[in-house]
Design a protein around this ligand. Structure first.
Ligand code: HEC
Length: 136
């Protein structure tokens, strides 16, 4: 390959990677500016209403228990879903904001039989603020 072609290909690939990273970020609702967000006061009610039906009990889906803070921080059988201090890179945020290519990982699952609806941008923003503030 001629060197000019190589440069063009390199630039184009970099540009595409940058724009797709931006597209992913743009999908995330902004973090709430509420201070002092905690699991007990702000987050547990959201999880209780939208997640705990499938993520608690003897056989929680993906081995993820969401009815306690310990369970949420422990994560799934594959690992952590919360990266304290970094909501944009936390799997839980990508799953609830649909910022993940695999639609089977969108949470709650689309058209689930329990009729549980997607979280609102405000709820996602609150979860982001909770994680950014250390997931306490
Ligand atoms: C109707 C049942 C149901 C509800 C409600 C539900 N989930 Fe899930 N969840 C599942 C199932 C089933 C899987 C396993 C999906 C898979 O392995 O593809 C899963 C997996 C996950 C995973 C791991 C995804 C991955 O790709 O590894 C996360 C994170 C998650 N759920 C978070 C949540 C959150 C947060 C809520 C509430 C907003 C929620 N779930 C509500 C059924 C549910």
């Amino acid at each position: 390959m001629k060197i000019t072609n190589l440069i063009i290909v390199t630039l184009a690939t970099g540009f595409m990677a940058a724009t797709s990273a931006l597209a992913q970020d743009a999908k995330l609702p902004p973090a709430s500016d509420k201070q002092g967000v905690t699991y007990a006061t702000d987050i547990k009610p959201i999880f209780d209403a939208s997640c705990v039906k499938c993520h608690s009990g003897d056989k929680p889906k993906a081995h993820l228990k969401m009815d306690t803070l310990e369970g949420v921080l422990k994560g799934t059988k594959h690992g952590k879903i919360v990266t304290a201090g970094d909501s944009a890179n936390s799997l839980i945020v990508k799953a609830i904001a649909h910022a993940i290519p695999d639609q089977d990982s969108w949470m709650p699952p689309q058209h689930n039989k329990a009729g549980i609806k997607d979280l609102t941008p405000e709820q996602i923003g609150l979860i982001r603020a909770w994680i950014d503030q250390g997931a306490k």
